[in-house]
Design a protein around this ligand. Structure first.
Ligand code: ACO
Length: 332
């Protein structure tokens, strides 16, 4: 199977920025605690921009930077877990707003690993036939709408924004390792509307217990310590397995772009892999955790800074609610 080439990237972040100091006014916390335990200093937060809007902005920039026009796009994949509607898919709205004609579009729900899973899916579509040449991946997240701002252990972690990339086929290598562990689905979740209609038997409805009882309304629940342990073990495992398929080790990668959930998770993963931190791109200080938008925003920043060169071995690694994790390694 062929590899992939990222020919365009884009990014959008809302104007409003919240500092650690701002959080000291709403919960019992401190700049010192947040900085030491997470590495986060600021996050951008939606001023009401819907996810489709952020995806459209980042997507338009990605198409332009690829030197393409919207009609060159054959497929749109959206990775948002914070879409604006149950239906239609956010990918469909972005496709319409960008005036992409004759393409098909799909939403996937792979939490913070969404970009890695979308890239893998893109590569498989690109490999199969001639009808898909250019794929737009958009990763907009309004994750702060799921945040309970009375819960100090989660509210300081998240921000909003979008990243996007245009992907095409190439002759370079590409390998991936993806895995989910649904038995850990209760470790991070946010509940949607409950079932019920005009004819619902209320007594029967009452007999259905909550699958995950710790949550509060639609807000995100996270068992932080369990997720921390999962992430620090599974990120190195996924990278090692993807690299092994390519016939090398993570030490051979030129740059690793990890999901930005907590700077300590990245440092520990680097230690577990016996790799220097210089191999990892980290921008969590400025954005916090923007779920699936983190990795494409990093990619965009690296491209803009001229830090990616043809032939570089790039590794992307993500993890998140599901529980889900995965890595892909490819020739830039
Ligand atoms: N300010 C001050 N104190 C705090 C704060 C805060 N914001 N948050 C928690 N604390 C306190 C706790 O109450 C606790 O106090 P106690 O000892 O008196 O009970 C103490 O700090 C230690 O709490 P821990 O939860 O053990 O802190 P930890 O160092 O583990 O950090 C954190 C918590 C940041 C959540 C960490 O566990 C983490 O990063 N987990 C992973 C999160 C993650 O990766 N999520 C990604 C997935 S998100 C997705 O998929 C959408």
């Amino acid at each position: 199977m062929a590899g992939i080439k990222i020919i365009g990237t884009g990014k959008y972040v809302p104007e409003t920025v919240s500092t650690n100091e701002d959080f000291t006014k709403i919960v019992d916390t401190s700049d010192e605690w947040i900085t030491q335990r997470t590495g986060i200093k600021t996050r951008h937060m939606s001023d009401g921009e819907p996810s489709w809007y952020m995806g459209m902005k980042a997507g338009a920039q990605a198409i332009e930077s690829a030197g393409l026009s919207p009609d060159d796009i054959d497929m749109v994949i959206c990775t948002s877990v914070t879409g604006d509607y149950y239906t239609p898919a956010t990918a469909n709205i972005v496709q319409g707003k960008l005036n992409i004609h004759h393409a098909f579009s799909i939403d996937i729900n792979c939490a913070c690993a969404g970009f890695v899973y979308a890239l893998d899916m893109a590569r498989r579509y690109l490999s199969v036939g001639e009808d898909v040449q250019n794929i737009l991946i958009v990763s907009p997240e309004n994750i702060t709408k799921l945040v309970d701002y009375t819960d100090r252990s989660t509210c300081v972690l998240f921000g909003d924004g979008a990243g996007a990339a245009v992907v095409t086929r190439s002759e370079g290598f590409y390998h991936s390792y993806l895995e989910t562990d649904g038995s850990g689905a209760d470790k991070i979740y946010a509940q949607s509307a409950r079932p019920g209609n005009a004819f619902t038997n209320r007594e029967k409805a009452e007999s259905f217990k909550e699958l995950f009882p710790q949550g509060k309304e639609h807000y995100m629940y996270m068992a932080g310590n369990d997720v921390y342990r999962f992430a620090t073990t599974k990120m190195p495992e996924a990278l090692e397995k993807a690299c092994a398929k390519a016939g090398f080790t993570p030490a051979d990668l030129d740059i690793i772009i990890p999901h930005q959930a907590n700077a300590r998770i990245i440092t520990t993963a680097a230690k577990n892999l016996k790799l220097p931190m210089e191999k990892f791109y980290v921008n969590i200080e400025h954005y916090g955790n923007i779920s699936s938008a983190c990795i494409p925003i990093c990619l965009h920043e690296l491209r803009e800074a001229g830090r990616l060169h043809s032939g570089d071995k790039v590794g992307l690694v993500g993890f998140g609610a599901g529980l889900i994790f995965g890595a892909c390694v490819f020739e830039y």
